[in-house]
Ligand binder design. Sequence first.
Ligand code: CA
Length: 235
Amino acid sequence: MEAKAQILVVEDEQGLVMTLQDRLTEESYAVDFATDGLSGFEKARSQSYDVIILDLMLPKKGGLDICRDLRQDGIHTPIIMLTAKGQVVDKVLGLKLGADDYMQKPFEMMELMARIEVQLRKQERTSRQVEKGTVQFGDVTVNFSKGDIMKGGEKVSLSAKEFQLLRFMIEHEGIILSRDQLLNEVWGYDALPSTRTVDVHISWLRQKLEDDKRYPEYITTVHGLGYKFVKSHLT
Ligand code: CA
C-alpha cells in the first residue's frame, strides 16, 4: 500500500517514539525518526517530508532552533511542535519561529492524527489550487495560468515582481515569511534591493488587493518577523 504521506518525527522519548511509530504506521503514513535535534535537523533539511512532528526539548539542538533554522533555509514543511506541560511561552515563540501548530504533552493520539490531517489538507488545497490555476480570497481571484487578477469583478494589474511575490506568499499560505527570505526567494540571492524593497511591494499588493490597506486581512504583518498570507480566518 502506498503511504498517505511522509512524516518525520523528531523526539527523544523512547516510549513516545514507539507509540508514534505504531500509530502513524497504522494510519498508513511512512515514518522516519530522529532522536536528537541535530540529526532531526539534518533529515528535515536533506529529505522531503509532508509533516514534521518536532519535540521542543531535544538533545544537541532544541526544537525552536530547528524550526527557526529550517525556515531560514527556505524549508516550509508544516511543523507540529510538541511541548511539555506548562511551556506556554515556548508555544508562542514556536509559532512565531514558524511552527504551524503545537500540542502539549501528554496528548491524545487521535488529536495528533487530526492535526496532521489538517496540515496535509491545508497544503493540498493550496497546491491543488495553484496547480489548477486559480486561488480565491475575499473578492479576489488570482488566475495563475493566465496571469490575471480580478478584485470585485474588476481587473487588477500587477507588476511581474508583485505577481511573483503574491504567488510565493500564496504557495506558503499560513507560514511566516521573513523579509530576507522573501527577498532571496522572489528577487534572488544576487539581487541588490534591500529588505525595504519587500516592504514597498507588500504595500503595493495591499493597496491593490486589500479592502483597506491599513488593516490587511490577507497579506498580514507578523510583528518583528515578517509577513504571512492568510486566505481566510474561518478555515
Ligand atoms: Ca524531549
